[in-house]
Design a protein around this ligand. Structure first.
Ligand SMILES: Cc1cc2nc3c(=O)[nH]c(=O)nc-3n(C[C@H](O)[C@H](O)[C@H](O)COP(=O)(O)OP(=O)(O)OC[C@H]3O[C@@H](n4cnc5c(N)ncnc54)[C@H](O)[C@@H]3O)c2cc1C
Length: 374
């Protein structure tokens, strides 16, 4: 049973955001920025944000050459361009807002490893550059000449550099978003699993044993930012979960001879140097059906594949031992465009961020806020 005070002070809001990842926090901040007096609440099921945002690889990327070529198979040129531009704007916005130092951001560039079988993609580099030059003002992709200094195995025949990519510290990024939300007096409740969103009543139901298992929050507007888990609350969204594995080695004895964000196998595998450790992730394509899950478990086939790739191709002269391994869940659809739409006049959703939410998350939130403002 609720008290008079609880009912008056804790349950009614101007905006409720479901999900406290990059998109949820960015939505709350951008809504509140122009409405300092608005009461804004974030409901997050985890003790801290527990989706993809704190479990990713921290690549501030917007597509490797082969990924963009692949996107051109499922999207029109203008759509691909738009998506890349949004990622780039999103990235610029967070760098402008928080600063590179606070984000742990490094502009080391992105690199794609190209094998003999993938050589054909190099012929289309100029074309992709011509599509992207209007956004970046100059060529994005170029071929690296002194590839042997990277120390990869001879399976890697070519290296393509994206001069605009970078890497950041995902923990620092989320902390900055969280602190900024609190600075704006956004209320954040964690351990608050939303079980239902009533679109007609504009109510959100949270499971809680103290209140007969159910607490009803209501708001003028509701933003659903639960990414891969959005299908638990809203039907027919066309969002499939996709699990990703990340592993981080123990610090290496020898200095890793490269820095930057690296892509391999059409972007399905990615790796970077973090504090002279190898961070490697991906490999979902090896067992794609099994990885369409929201369960955070390690797939042994993928783990073995990433370990082998690390030792045989990436750092062939190192004795690697992995110290961390974790999985996170992404949201995918028939193409890489996030779902950003109104479900009713006052309830919107921004989800299905795929594998690029670090760059595009802020911009996605800004579009959701604009829709909710209409
Ligand atoms: C292994 C891995 C590696 C990745 N690497 C990169 C990368 O290097 N670069 C990049 O750009 N992107 C990467 N991504 C993708 C990126 O992390 C996501 O696109 C981004 O974090 C999505 O942000 P989000 O806020 O939409 O979703 P999420 O971070 O998933 O946030 C959703 C939040 O909603 C909460 N939630 C879910 N259901 C409920 C509910 N019913 N009630 C209350 N709360 C709920 C969750 O706990 C979660 O905190 C990676 C993802 C994974 C999994």
């Amino acid at each position: 049973m609720l008290s008079f005070w609880e009912d008056r002070s804790f349950l009614k809001f101007d905006l409720i955001v479901v999900g406290g990842g990059i998109v949820g926090l960015s939505t709350a901040i951008q809504f509140k920025k122009d409405r300092p007096n608005a009461k804004v609440l974030i409901l997050e099921r985890g003790v801290f944000p527990s989706g993809a945002s704190t479990r990713n690889a921290g690549f501030a990327c917007f597509g490797s050459l082969t990924e963009i070529l692949d996107d051109l198979n499922t999207m029109k040129v203008e759509e691909v361009k738009n998506l890349v531009e949004k990622r780039y704007i999103g990235l610029r916005s967070i760098r402008g807002l928080f600063g590179d130092k606070a984000l742990g951001y490094y502009s080391n560039g992105g690199f794609e490893l190209i094998t003999e079988q993938e050589e054909k993609y190099l012929d289309r580099m100029e074309y992709v550059n011509s599509i992207l030059t209007p956004i970046f003002g100059e060529d994005v992709f170029s071929q690296v000449r002194d590839i042997q200094t990277f120390g990869f195995s001879d399976k890697v025949k070519y290296l393509v550099k994206n001069q605009f990519e970078g890497e950041l510290d995902s923990g620092k990024f989320l902390e900055l978003l969280w602190e900024t939300a609190q600075l704006f007096k956004v209320k954040i409740l964690t351990g608050a699993l939303v079980e239902n969103v009533d679109l007609d009543k504009k109510e959100v139901q949270v499971r809680n044993p103290i209140y007969q298992n159910r607490l009803d929050f209501s708001a003028d507007k509701i933003a659903i930012c639960t990414n891969a888990f959005a299908g638990d609350l809203i039907e027919n969204l066309n969002i499939k979960p996709g699990r990703g594995l990340v592993m981080v080695s123990k610090p290496l004895k020898n200095k890793i001879p490269w820095n930057g964000s690296f892509h391999y196998d059409m972007g399905y595998v990615y790796f970077r140097n973090i504090e002279n450790r190898l961070l490697i992730g991906g490999g979902r394509n090896l067992d794609i059906k099994a990885e369409e899950t929201t369960k955070n478990e390690v797939n042994p086939t993928i783990k073995a594949y990433l370990s082998r790739l690390s030792e045989e191709v990436i750092l062939p002269n190192e004795n690697l031992e992995f110290e961390y391994e974790w999985t996170g869940i992404m949201g995918f659809g028939e193409n890489k465009k996030p779902v950003i739409q109104l479900l009713t006049e006052d309830i919107g959703i921004a989800a299905r961020l795929g594998g690029m939410g670090v760059a595009i998350g802020w911009q996605t939130a800004s579009e959701l806020v604009a829709l909710l403002e209409k």
